[in-house]
Design a protein around this ligand. Structure first.
Ligand code: ADP
Ligand code: MG
Length: 699
């Protein structure tokens, strides 16, 4: 984390913010190398944590070697001998000594070791003791100690840093030792005492010393816990501050009486699931409160989010307010518009669809009506955030598929009202571990139950040689009147090549495989209007098969489509595969997902296996996150999280929860961190997030 220099720092802190060149052994050249590691100041140096440790706590003497037992020794090579055994096995023996005795380290069939070892080398060896004609270590683990490392003879737990080739571990350790020796005392505690006591945390200076030069594995663990807690507390403080900022606004206190409730329920043609009931209760509580709602609704594809949104929308409208419902694409906006028209046909709600292709003359009238309040509900794309769209009394903003919109866009829509309630819906399940961090400033509702009557999708992983059978099967489905998606991945990141592949494949499928079927083609280079036309045609059953190079719109609803074929499925990520599979299984018929692929890596195989085992989006997201880690999980998308230096959101989840509880508790008592005991935390949060404080969260 880059640290800003400020004249208000206390003297001891400014010591830590001196350049590393103040350390013995660091000249301009070293300082440049350290700079490349992101280390400029002594503070940076001390915050550069080891990536691993070597256990040198249990080094034994050769004289202690007992036949049959394992032993770790540090010894010097006296002689090296290699020979061919009678059974033609290659044997390499290194005779080593540590002044208490001599032992032979013996390796079989590893001739390359010959080049690794030299007489006079110092080694760490760990292995089982045997005896042939003399004492032997049989195929021991080994590590050659670099010349300049011999000064670690004292043993202990040795830190290993993530370094470049320009500086050795030993050199780096020496500098850290210098820094810790002279400056660790200047590290100031940032946490209030109660927090340290309550969580039994090491003081910060002690933790930093221990993380670099652990006394024991136990103190090392405590040091890690302290530093992880530190990092996560600062993260959660930012979330808590952001949320408390929103809570300080005064919003609309909607009235939701039995009258309104009964009225709304009359419009819903089915019994709500328990999960829907629970989430609606959560939303009602928010809407009644005079604090603005800021809620994220997570629910897998098909879990029934729309009706929950409709409930909230009708509450707003019943209270004399307008509502805006924003979706990421035209086709989804239209779909929502049609769905809501169906639900609301017996109500008095006046609806308007507003997208980029809304006819301009017609649009002018629409804008006028939105402005003077003749329209209650506007549904549309980001056309809704254009400046020309003005509301008379906007009380609720619903945003579908939130990950497609940037924070700024959401804020813009929100700002068209006076602190309206906000409901964000997402079908991309985010592992709990992440949502708690990433959306720490949002309240979260989860629809974790599917409406009844769904037939779970059957998923199969199909290898190349079984494709013909699959085509026969697909043909059978089409004969029954069903429709089929066939999706191709991006070929080597090139839309042009993948288009070619899809075009060629579409032709091949048409001529050789499905001559009697109607096949449509959808690709990423089409204009969005043309794409929509193809999708609409498919929806209206003018095609049996839709061959596509692009991810078919999230949320698109075509209940008659029962087969999803994914070609080269190994090239897709789990989240994508799950989204693709979500395009089917939307009707009452049995649906099938066929993953064609011959994965070459274990990870890819694992992904396909997971897909065949579960349809639960949350489980899949959690596994995806575990397979790939947070960075990959989010791809290149800017997620606004600062880089975590020492914490791992999965491994450290219990600490994260504690830090979160503590952060929210502190902010509830001291919303602006004005108390003297919170000054240092406040400064750290500002340093860590600076301009990001707005962007880490959704407003
Ligand atoms: P998503 O969460 O993916 O947006 P939708 O809101 O589109 O899901 O709902 C998927 C389908 O399930 C729709 O056809 C909807 O009418 C239906 N549905 C939603 N809730 C229920 C329910 N409680 N009982 C029966 N069907 C439901
Ligand atoms: Mg939806």
């Amino acid at each position: 984390m880059p640290v800003t220099k400020s004249p208000t720092k206390t003297p001891s802190q400014s010591v830590l913010h001196q350049s590393v060149q103040f350390l013995k052994g660091v000249g301009p050249k070293r300082s440049e190398i350290l700079g490349r590691l992101g280390i400029q100041t002594i503070h940076d140096m001390l915050s550069y944590f080891p990536r691993d440790y070597k256990d040198r706590t249990r080094i034994q003497k050769i004289s202690e070697a007992k036949i049959g037992a394992e032993i770790t020794i540090q010894a010097k090579i006296l002689a090296i001998n290699n020979r061919m055994a009678r059974n033609r096995k290659y044997i390499l023996e290194a005779f080593v000594t540590d002044e208490t005795g001599t032992i032979a380290a013996t390796w079989f069939n590893q001739p390359f070791l010959m080049n690794k070892f030299h007489v006079g080398d110092n080694l760490f060896l760990h292995g089982k003791v045997g005896a042939y004609k003399y004492l032997q270590l049989l195929s021991p683990e080994y590590e050659v100690i670099q010349d300049d490392e011999t000064n670690i003879k004292e043993g202990g737990i040795i830190p290993v840093y993530p370094l470049t080739e320009h500086i050795s571990q030993t050199q780096f350790r020496k500098i850290i030792k210098e820094a810790a020796h002279h400056f660790a005392d200047s590290i100031e505690e940032i946490l209030p005492k109660e927090l340290l006591v309550k969580n039994q945390l090491l003081p910060l200076d002690k933790a930093i010393r221990e993380i670099h030069f652990p006394g024991t594995f136990d103190t090392l663990k405590r040091a890690k816990t302290r530093l992880v807690y530190n990092e996560l507390l600062i993260l959660e403080m930012a979330m808590a501050l952001r949320r408390s900022g929103i809570k300080e606004e005064t919003g609309i206190a909607f009235k939701v009486g039995t009258n309104v409730d009964t009225h709304i329920r009359k419009l819903i043609p089915f019994t709500l699931t328990n999960a829907q009931e629970r989430v609606i209760r959560e939303i009602i509580t928010d809407m009644r409160s005079n604090k603005p709602m800021n809620r994220l609704l997570q629910g897998d594809v098909g879990s029934g989010k729309t009706v929950v949104a409709i409930y909230a929308i009708l509450v707003a409208i019943a209270n004399g307010y307008q509502a805006a419902f924003m979706a990421p694409t035209e086709i989804l906006s239209e779909q929502h518009f049609q769905t809501l028209q169906k639900y609301l046909q017996h109500s008095h709600v006046r609806m308007q669809l507003l997208t980029g292709s809304t006819n301009s003359k017609y649009k002018k009238d629409a804008l006028e009506q939105i402005k003077n309040g003749q329209i209650d509900l506007v549904i549309g794309t980001h056309a809704l955030i254009e400046e020309t769209v003005q509301f008379k009394k906007l009380g609720l903003v619903v945003i579908d598929e939130q990950h497609k919109f940037g924070v700024i866009q959401r804020l813009k829509l929100k700002e068209k009202g006076h602190s309206p309630d906000v409901l964000i819906m997402t079908a991309t399940p985010i592992p709990r571990t992440l949502s708690i961090t990433l959306f720490g400033d949002l309240d979260i509702s989860i629809l974790d139950e599917m409406p009844p009557g769904r037939t779970p999708i059957k998923t199969f992983w199909i290898s190349k040689d079984k494709e013909t059978d699959s085509y026969n099967f697909i043909h059978g489905e089409i004969t029954k009147g069903r429709q089929v998606f066939i999706v191709y991945p991006l070929v080597e990141e090139s839309e042009v090549l993948s288009l070619k592949a899809a075009v060629t494949e579409a032709k091949r499928l048409q001529h050789d495989v499905f001559p009697a079927c109607k096949i449509g083609l959808l690709h990423g280079q089409m204009k969005s209007g043309d794409k929509d036309k193809i999708m609409t045609d498919f929806k209206e059953r003018r095609y049996d098969i839709l061959v596509s190079t692009v991810i078919i719109e999230v949320g698109i609803d075509i209940p008659n489509a029962t087969v999803m074929v994914v070609e080269h499925a190994e090239r897709f990520g789990l989240a994508q595969l799950h989204q693709l599979r979500g395009r089917i299984g939307r009707g009452s018929e049995q649906s099938y997902c066929l993953l064609f692929g011959n994965p070459k890596t274990n990870e890819a195989r694992e992904r396909l296996k997971i897909m065949t085992k579960t349809c639960d989006g949350f489980k899949i997201a959690e596994m995806d996150f575990k397979l790939r880690g947070p960075g990959e999980f989010f791809g290149t998308r800017q997620h606004g999280l600062p880089e975590l230096k020492i914490s791992d959101l999965i491994r450290d989840f219990p600490i994260l929860k504690q830090a979160r509880t503590d952060a929210f508790e502190i902010v509830s008592r001291d919303p602006h961190l004005t108390q003297i005991t919170h000054q240092k935390i406040r400064q750290k949060v500002l340093e860590a997030f600076k301009d990001r404080l707005e962007l880490i969260s959704i407003g």
